[in-house]
Structure formats: structure tokens, C-alpha cells
Design a protein around this ligand. Sequence first.
Ligand code: ATP
Ligand code: MG
Ligand code: MG
Ligand code: MG
Length: 439
Amino acid sequence: MRLSRYFLPVLKENPSEAQIVSHRLMLRAGMIKQSSAGIYSWLPLGFKVLKKIEGIVHEEQMRAGHVPMLMPTIQPAELWKESGRYDDYGQEMLRITDRHDRDMLFGPTNEEMITDIFRAHVNSYKDLPLTLYHIQWKFRDEIRPRFGVMRGREFYMKDGYNFDLTKEDALHAYNRHLVSYLRTYERMGLQAIPMRADGGPIGGDYTHEFLVLAETGESEVFYDSAVTDLSFGDREIDYDSVEQCQGVLEEFTTKYARTDETHDEALFNEIPEDRRRVARGIEVGQIFYFGTKYSESMGATVQTGDGKPQPVHMGSHGIGVSRLLGAIIEANHDDSGIIWPEGVTPFHCGIVNLKQGDEAADAACDDLYKALTAAGLDPLYDDRKERAGGKFATMDLIGLPWRITVGPRGLKNGVVELTSRRSGESEELAPEAAVAKIV
Ligand code: ATP
Ligand code: MG
Ligand code: MG
Ligand code: MG
């Protein structure tokens, strides 16, 4: 992409409405524009990162054997009346009346709708196990939308639902989700720690929230510092293996890590004192096993081997796709701007032409652009007639992992400058060598 043809409305000043760094940087880097409280347009750069994150979530869900689909944003109220949640959900639900006076709502989540789809089409235990998911916009009329995309009213969420014959099978689905989430966040350069959370009115031990540690996080968390040494890494996992998935769950959830809702001071005090941590975190996902709550109230049953109908065991599993942009920036920035992890960066590399209009510099930039593109990378070429300082500031702000700086002086010696955004280190090398280093 040539910057002269792109749409990157960078702000020079710090927007006064932004209280936390990720919100400030997303506005300044021209990624989002607020339309009304907690509702945003995703400008090209923000949209590009959102799609990258969505892509990783899809890949990891499909790797785990989960099946993608898409449900609508607008739902009929009847389904929620059946489950009993229409009244329980309260003011976070945006209720809508259509022209025929029918009660509709903008979905805050999809347990009811997916259960309705399941009961219409699945009758036999032979069709289980089944896990369906979608990535779709949600609306929750949050009392205090804030921090940009972190707590929006309209937000993008992956929500998945497992249907299983037995509790045991459903817990395997739970564990599978835990593993797939660990992989998902790590691919985005994030450490998200599974923490025991509150089961809410349904109760039970089977829910974990995934938290990214950050001072600006809205949740208070208590953990054994040893949990931060754990990483999933690039190990192979067989998602069908009950033992392997259970093993990962045990490895990642045995040490103390809880949100304030489930915090137990006595247990916490059993951790050696120098490993006790009280901190703040951003909830980037949650997994939940809730048994037959919806399948019983909504009649989602399957015929078992002996022909009897039995309500299916279910769970739901969410990832805050749009919130992740904020969380990633909170964890990856410096005073000059964002520092994207490679897995989610909007462009792999920036090309800065120090002297637009200089024949040699223009030609060298065009060649670099072609070489990077041919290597399967997606460069952003700043081809504007701007001062070098302004171009550097923009590149630092939008946080691409690599910058190649091209100018007539260097070209006379056959070199360009390659700079790593994260380390800040630069080196001079031949253009082909710079490309080879990035690829
Ligand atoms: P929170 O405690 O932050 O209100 P939640 O527990 O209500 O979140 P879930 O129902 O667990 O949210 O939804 C799954 C994921 O969706 C959350 O883990 C979070 O990452 C994301 N999410 C929830 N609410 C919002 C929101 N208002 N804006 C952006 N993302 C959100
Ligand atoms: Mg909430
Ligand atoms: Mg929560
Ligand atoms: Mg939650």
C-alpha cells in the first residue's frame, strides 16, 4: 500500500477523551473513530488489525475442530423468554420493536439462538460431539462504556458453543477450548492467564477467564507469580486426546490464579510470600461449562442409544476480538507509539523515502516494494512529500515491526537502513539483504 493512496488520519495532538494509552494510540494512529458512546467506526488501519486478530481466532478454532458459522445480530425476544433470560438480562440488553410491534433485541450473546438451531436439526447422540462458533458483532448497553474498544457497547466477539452427550464429554470440550485459547493469545504476542472465575447464578467450578496483566485492567486479580512462567509454545497437541487436553488444563490452572470474585485469602496465603501477586488484568476471554441449563429450558435433547431423549450438556466460550486490540496495545507500546507483535501487525514493514522525487530513491523504494510483495509480505510505503521527521513519527506511531529508510546518500553507497521498531536498533545493508532479513 502506498501511503499517498491510503486513508490514515493520524492525529498530532493527544485526544483529551482518552484516559488510557491504548485508546489514545488507537485514536492518534487513525484506527478508529467514535460514532457515539462505545460505538466506533473501524478506519482502514484498525480494520486491518481487527481482521488479523479475527483470522488467528478462526484458524485456532478450526484447528481445534470447531465449526464456523454466522448468526444474525438481531434476535427475536421469544427465544430469550423461553430461556428465562429476557427479564434477567436487564438494561445491558438493547431492546428493539419492529414495525409489526414484535419484540426484538440486538444480541449480547447467542446461547438461546444456537440452542434453537441445534434443537431444530440435531436429534441423535450420533451427531455429537459438536462445537459451533461464530465471530459477530454484539451489543451490550454498558452503563459506562469507556477506554475505547476495551469496553464498547458494540463490540466484536467470538462465541462458541459445545453440545455433548455427557458431562465428561462437555468437560473435554471445555479443556479443548482452554488449549485453543492459550495458543490463540500467544500467537498475538500476549500472555493471557487462565484464572478461576465466578460461575454466576449457575455456580460450579467450570469457568475460567483469560486475563492480560495491565495496570489499566478493570479486574483485580490474585496469583502465584509462577503462573507467568508458563507458556504453551509450539508444542503439538492432539485435540481429540482427553488426556493431553486435561494435562494442559492441569498445568495451567493448578497454581493459584483467581479474579476478585473467587479470591480466597486463606488459600492465597499458602503461596510463598515472595510469589504472591495482587494486580490488575484485562479480561480477553472466558470459557464456561453450564450443563443442561439451556438445553432443559429450551428442549434441546438427543435420543440416546436406548432411544430415550436426553438434554445435551453445553458450554459457551468467548473471546473479545475487538477488545484484544486494546489489550495488545496496552502490552506493546512505548512513548512514541504502538509496537505491533508480528502476528497481528497491519503491515509487515514500512518503507520511508527520505527524498520523494529523487530518481534513485524513488526507484529503490519501488524495487523494495516489489521485492517485499513478491516475498508474500505487505509493506506500507510512505511516498508522500513530507519531511523525514514527520514520516518517522508516523511510522513509530503506527508501530510496524520493521522500517526501511531509503535516501540518496545511502544509495550512493549501495545501502538502506533497516530499523526494528521493538529494539530501536538500526543497521545499514544492501536493499536485498534488508528484504531477506524481514522475510
Ligand atoms: P466484562 O466482565 O468485561 O464486562 P463479560 O464477562 O461481561 O466482560 P463475556 O460475557 O464473558 O464478557 O464475553 C466474552 C468476552 O467478550 C469477554 O471476555 C471480553 O473479552 C469481551 N467483552 C465483553 N464485554 C465487552 C465490551 N463491552 N466491550 C468489548 N469487549 C467485551
Ligand atoms: Mg460484562
Ligand atoms: Mg467478566
Ligand atoms: Mg466474562
